[in-house]
Design a protein. Structure first.
Length: 124
């Protein structure tokens, strides 16, 4: 009978413990490298900030729902003119009998002195 031949095994170069130690060493080396070089530097971005200019002109008052005579007085006080749309067949005869239903431009819009606000009116 022939003798069984033995297979020679090559010894492992790195076992699980060796791999764990190598990984920990690499991690430590990376941490030390970051500490020595000062780590990541913050990135500064240039930003442009726009500041709105101070509003110019006169603010249009809120006139919807008011009697036409009161609305016209408020516009005159603000230095603005009025154009009245509506008023029926004969137009506006008595301003106190009409109410403002729409205005253009809307309240808060800025106009220059002497500009015109259009008022749409209906019978009160």
């Amino acid at each position: 009978m022939s003798e069984p031949t033995q297979v020679q095994r090559r010894p492992r170069r790195f076992g699980p413990l060796g791999l764990a130690i190598a990984g920990a060493g690499g991690l430590l080396a990376g941490i030390l490298l970051v500490a020595i070089l000062g780590g990541a530097q913050p990135v500064y971005k240039e930003r442009t900030i726009s500041v709105a200019a101070q509003p110019q002109g006169t603010a249009v008052p809120a006139l919807i729902g008011q009697r036409l005579d009161d609305a016209l007085d408020r516009l005159e006080t603000a230095g603005l003119k009025a154009k009245v749309d509506g008023g029926g067949v004969f137009g506006v005869v008595e301003e106190g009998n009409w109410r403002v239903t729409e205005q253009d431009p809307t309240q808060g819009a800025r106009l220059h002195q002497g500009d015109t606000v259009t008022l749409h009116v209906e019978r009160a």
